[in-house]
Design a protein around this ligand. Structure first.
Ligand code: GLN
Length: 303
């Protein structure tokens, strides 16, 4: 498998990709990211790694963090978490409120904001020092000690996160939040503000491509749990564009409004891309294109 050649070709072709979409406007502190950044990094099962472009620049990981919080909650509580959040695609925007009313406060899945807020509440109830323990978890799976929150981004979202506060309060009214809504959202805004490079993201996701074992050999989740996590990323990782991503790319993955996408091919590789221009579904258009090129050129996907 000639990964290096493929990554280089993808870089060139992605530079020619039309400049579609805008940088997310929903968090004021993120508005100033330069829109035409592009990075890609792949970490393979054979131990080889290749990066191109801005793959060593820190990105606001935003909703990619929902995979980390879910893995941590799943590793602590196991199947019990599904009593409070479902495992079905939502077919709605990531920050939508509409289904919650009919479905009595049980979010469709852990990757829409409502579901991630419930997972944040679970972590708040089960971790001694939630923010620090969460950072330690990411540091452990990525093998990088310097991973931090961006306090300015967390504060900026807190000051403008009216919809997330609405979701938190709505969930609380159904009895699906145990802690104070304010505390849960403080944790949620911090988890979203974590900054990581494409290289660190690919390393952190590696265990999802490696039957639960990190690059350094530590088991985080068992094989059956990894199957469930990857199934969820495939069906729900891109909100109401999950079908499109599966159709074009054919890999489980997760996006964030900072422009990152991370995807895995079980037993083969973990790959991260970064391009801040988002389409109307909140996913990075050039990132999706780069990953479509990757599976097409390599001729491998989960299908
Ligand atoms: N922090 C953002 C929010 O809650 C994350 C959204 C995203 O990346 N899709 O709205």
């Amino acid at each position: 498998m000639n990964y290096q050649k493929t990554i280089e070709e993808i870089y060139v072709e992605s530079q020619e990709f039309p400049k579609i979409g805008e940088v997310s406007a929903s968090i004021p502190e993120l508005k100033n990211i330069s829109p035409d950044k592009f990075g890609i990094f792949i970490s393979t099962h054979e131990g080889t790694e290749f990066g191109k472009g801005d793959f060593q620049e820190k990105i606001s990981i935003q909703s990619v963090s929902k995979v980390f919080t879910l893995c941590l909650a799943f590793s602590i509580l196991g199947e019990k978490i599904w009593q409070r959040v479902n495992v079905e695609p939502s077919g709605n925007a990531f920050n939508s409120l509409v289904q919650l009313e009919n479905e009595k406060g049980i979010p469709r899945n852990p990757f829409i904001n409502a579901g991630a807020i419930v997972i944040a509440d679970i972590l708040l109830s089960h971790l001694k020092n939630p923010k620090e323990d969460f950072l330690e978890f990411i540091r452990e799976i990525s093998g990088k000690k310097n991973i931090q929150f961006n306090q300015k981004v967390a504060l900026s979202e807190k000051q403008t996160g009216y919809r997330n506060f609405a979701l938190g309060n709505f969930l609380k009214s159904f009895g699906n939040i145990e802690n104070k809504v304010e505390d849960v959202l403080d944790f949620y805004f911090h988890q979203c503000s974590v900054e990581m490079t494409c290289e660190e993201l690919a390393h952190a996701f590696y265990f999802l491509a490696n039957e639960g074992k990190t690059k350094s050999g530590k088991t985080i989740l068992n094989k059956s749990q990894i199957k469930r996590l990857n199934a969820l990323m495939l069906t729900c990782g891109f909100y109401d564009e999950s079908g499109e991503f599966a159709y074009k790319v054919g890999l489980p993955g997760k996006s964030g409004i900072g422009g990152a996408i991370v995807a895995v091919l079980p037993r083969k590789f973990a790959v991260a891309t970064w391009s801040p221009r988002l389409n109307e579904k909140g996913n990075s258009e050039a990132g999706m294109y780069a990953l479509e090129l990757l599976t097409t050129k390599l001729g491998i996907s989960i299908f």
